[in-house]
Ligand binder design. Structure first.
Ligand SMILES: [Zn+2]
Length: 111
């Protein structure tokens, strides 16, 4: 591992800890992308880490924490999205699951 990548790994550890994210999971999810963090601010790295966790949660078929907006996707139908998301969208992050045959949680299942 190069010194630059190791520096970014240690930086991601520090930022994930400060953001109360699971550090091991964060590092696993960021594997192979550490070299891209050098030009990012700390707040961008924290947003990136949160996005990694949200993406992994979605890919596993679970609704990310805080995604409480029931919306309608033209591809998926009723879906959970983030607060203030449009009520109707042409496509959504759950489309990746639908196309891959992975679970797409529906707000209709909550009732
Ligand atoms: Zn969709």
């Amino acid at each position: 591992m190069s010194a630059g990548i190791e520096a970014q790994r240690l930086r991601l550890v520090r930022i994930a800890q400060a953001g109360e994210l699971n550090v091991r999971r964060t590092l696993r999810l960021a594997d192979g992308e550490l070299d891209t963090l050098a030009t990012c601010t700390d707040s961008e790295v924290l947003a990136y880490a949160h996005a990694l966790h949200a993406r992994a949660t979605r890919r596993a078929g679970h609704v990310p924490a805080g995604w409480t907006q029931a919306s309608r996707c033209d591809g998926c139908g009723p879906v959970w999205l983030w607060p203030d998301a449009p009520e109707r969208v042409i496509a959504c992050p759950w489309c990746w699951n639908r196309v891959a045959g992975a679970p797409v949680p529906s707000p209709l299942d909550a009732f």
